[in-house]
Design a protein around this ligand. Structure first.
Ligand code: MF3
Ligand code: CO
Ligand code: CO
Length: 257
């Protein structure tokens, strides 16, 4: 049985703060994503901002041995890309995934960024992935099952001709980075556990332009599409409420460019 924490109102207030700070990192980094920048430079800028400006902790750093403070996943990289010497070039699409710890609580969010002008295909994949995340989030209220949520995400992605990655999923979040339950981005309506007010979960679908299969590189982190096609991902941290939900990682620029 999953062990799902229900947050108290004081804990929810801390989750709101952590979520807002995580979103502010993504707002800040947008201006730095351009041709010629390395993913390690993006990592350094985010790290300094999180530690120096926000007085927060970058949760990925040293998490299960992850060596950097953010994940940067470019083009065919599905998730968990490690910032490094790779230089971004015009036409690349990159997911930046930020998780901060503030006052012992986690906020986890990611967005897609375009380097220069994206191809029509890349822009459509990015948009459909964003829509899939939001359609999933819109199902969230007391009594929604995780199957209802996953099904809604999957239906939109697949109706658009894309596939949904199975090996990685959303998660409960709070004092721990990854808590129960697993939040799958596919499923059958009416199956799985019911959401209860006070749960905080992430919705973070990875949508592939080609087939759903992935493989992990020799660095034991970087996940790529098996067929080499593009992949996109967006992520919000969301609070379940009686009548609906509250997205904790929203900002003025949390939509596709
Ligand atoms: N931020 C990712 C998530 O959404 C997890 C990254 S784990 C790391 O769950 F170790 F790669 F940072
Ligand atoms: Co997450
Ligand atoms: Co994340």
């Amino acid at each position: 049985m999953p062990n799902i924490s229900i947050k108290t109102s004081a804990e929810i207030e801390k989750m709101r703060v952590a979520g807002r700070l995580a979103a502010s990192v993504l707002d800040m980094i947008g201006d730095h994503v351009h041709a010629g920048v390395t993913t390690d430079e993006l990592n350094t800028i985010c790290h300094e901002f999180i530690v120096g400006k926000l007085d927060a902790i970058p949760a990925p750093l040293n998490y299960r041995g992850f060596p950097k403070s953010i994940c940067t996943s470019v083009n065919n990289v599905v998730c968990h890309g490690i910032p490094g010497p790779r230089t971004l070039k015009k036409g690349d699409i990159v997911n930046i995934d930020v998780t901060v710890i503030k006052d012992e609580f986690h906020g986890d969010t990611s967005r897609m960024y375009f380097v220069g002008k994206p191809s029509i295909k890349a822009a459509r994949l990015t948009r459909v992935c964003y829509e899939s995340m939001m359609i999933g989030i819109e199902t969230i209220k007391a009594g929604t099952t995780l199957g209802d949520l996953g099904h809604a995400v999957q239906k939109h992605a697949e109706a658009s001709g894309y596939s949904v990655v199975r090996e990685f999923c959303g998660h409960g979040i709070g004092r721990n980075f990854h808590e129960d339950p697993h939040v799958l981005h596919y499923g059958k309506p009416g199956t799985g556990i019911e959401l209860v007010p006070g749960m905080t979960i992430t919705v973070e679908p990875m949508v592939n332009a080609g087939k759903k299969e992935t493989r992990t590189l020799a660095d034991n982190w970087t996940v790529v599409t098996k067929d080499g096609c593009l992949s996109a991902q967006w992520e919000h941290t969301v609070l379940v409420t009686q009548s609906g939900h509250e997205i904790l990682t929203l900002s003025n620029s949390s939509e596709p460019a």
